[in-house]
Design a protein around this ligand. Structure first.
Ligand code: AQP
Length: 337
């Protein structure tokens, strides 16, 4: 594997059965493209998943399902390293070191924690949920990643990663690469189809605005056709005044490669129904083969597990080297084997 390429690292949680359109357009689609130009490490972040309660059998199934969806989306194990986070114990090990470098106030400012803990009641939130951004810092630094392809909601965590890497390097000597967020303007935030000012999210209050890629295509088409727009009739990209239509245009444009300007022209003089109907067709065309490719990987769990085993081995080789350096810098006495 070429190692003179810049490195990317990213992860996705196995917390819902299906990926949603926000996960795909905000992150996974970029992962697929970046494996061609970068030394790419992608993982299913099961350690992050248990920051909220998980049924063990379901978590195992969802971990395989997440890997199957990543492969179905186009990740190629010969072009990237695909693995499961818990298969590489160095994540938790470096996570602890980074915990000890993070200020309590600094961690308290993470808006994702505030949002997520508010949803489930702050009292019930786990300490793991509070510190998950710091585990994410370790995830990224272990691979000396240059770029981290994620959605807009993760920007603050990449900033935290840079801050902690810099702090560690300054106090203990140059150890970690400072990563940059790789966030596309057009798809960094995909919005809920029923509430186009809120992020599309698996924990939205209603499933109507959430497009799950593994849903029945009929359901998907229906959700697109009943997307909330506005009382105006002009198909125009204007996030401020027409968030619903703008969201549909972003999704349409990304999936088909047609520019927003081309789409505005195409729907000139037409009603929103025409835009929604066509986008529903585009979505169905996209999800139908995605669903069958995912199923094909699930039908062959041995191949899937062996892809993940090879990925973990490759990931560990890199992670172990970084952890050893970090442990040495911290001053841990080396273990004699
Ligand atoms: N709406 C979105 N638009 C763009 N990118 C998004 N991502 C998530 N939602 C959007 C990006 O997807 C990647 C994986 O995120 P995750 O592992 O946090 O997946 P999730 O738990 O399914 O994401 P949710 O739905 O956002 O979870 P909750 O409801 O728990 O908050 C990340 O790169 C993320 O930015």
């Amino acid at each position: 594997m070429a190692s003179d390429r810049p490195r990317v690292l990213s992860g996705i949680q196995p917390t819902a059965g299906s990926f949603h359109l926000g996960n795909y357009l905000g992150a996974v689609r970029q992962w697929v493209a970046l494996q061609e130009t970068h030394d790419a490490f992608y993982m299913v972040v099961d350690l992050h998943a248990i920051t909220v309660p998980q049924d063990p059998a379901q978590l195992r199934a969802n971990t395989r399902l997440a890997a199957a969806q990543l492969l179905a989306a186009g990740l190629d194990p010969d072009r990237c390293t695909l693995f499961v986070q818990s298969h590489v114990p160095e994540h938790a090990q470096l996570g602890w070191v980074m915990n000890c470098l993070t200020g309590f106030g600094e961690a308290s400012r993470m808006t994702q924690f505030k949002d997520k803990s508010a949803k489930q009641g702050a009292e019930r939130a786990t300490v793991g949920l509070f510190t998950y951004p710091i585990l994410q810092v370790a995830d990224i630094l272990l691979y000396q990643a240059n770029q981290v392809p994620v959605g807009e909601d993760q920007r603050q965590h990449i900033e935290l990663t840079r801050d902690l890497a810099e702090r560690f390097n300054t106090r203990l000597g140059q150890t970690f690469t400072l990563p940059e967020a790789y966030i596309l303007k057009e798809t960094g935030k995909i919005y809920d189809l029923q509430d186009p000012t809120a992020k599309m999210s698996k924990s939205a209050s209603s499933p109507k605005g959430l497009i799950n890629l593994l849903d029945e295509p009929r359901t998907t088409a229906k959700k697109v056709k009943s997307a909330v727009t506005d009382t105006d009739t002009v198909v125009r990209y204007d996030v401020e005044n027409k968030p619903g239509v703008s969201n549909l245009l972003s999704i349409y444009s990304t999936l088909t490669g047609e520019t927003i300007a081309e789409l505005e022209k195409k729907y000139e003089g037409k009603l929103y129904g025409a835009l929604k109907g066509d986008l529903a067709d585009v979505m169905v065309e996209f999800v139908t083969p995605f669903r069958s490719r995912t199923q094909a990987y699930l039908d062959d769990p041995e191949t899937l597990d062996s892809i993940l085993a090879k990925g973990a081995e490759k990931a560990r080789a890199v992670a172990a080297e970084t952890l050893a350096l970090a442990y040495d810098r911290v001053g841990f006495l080396p273990a004699k084997h």
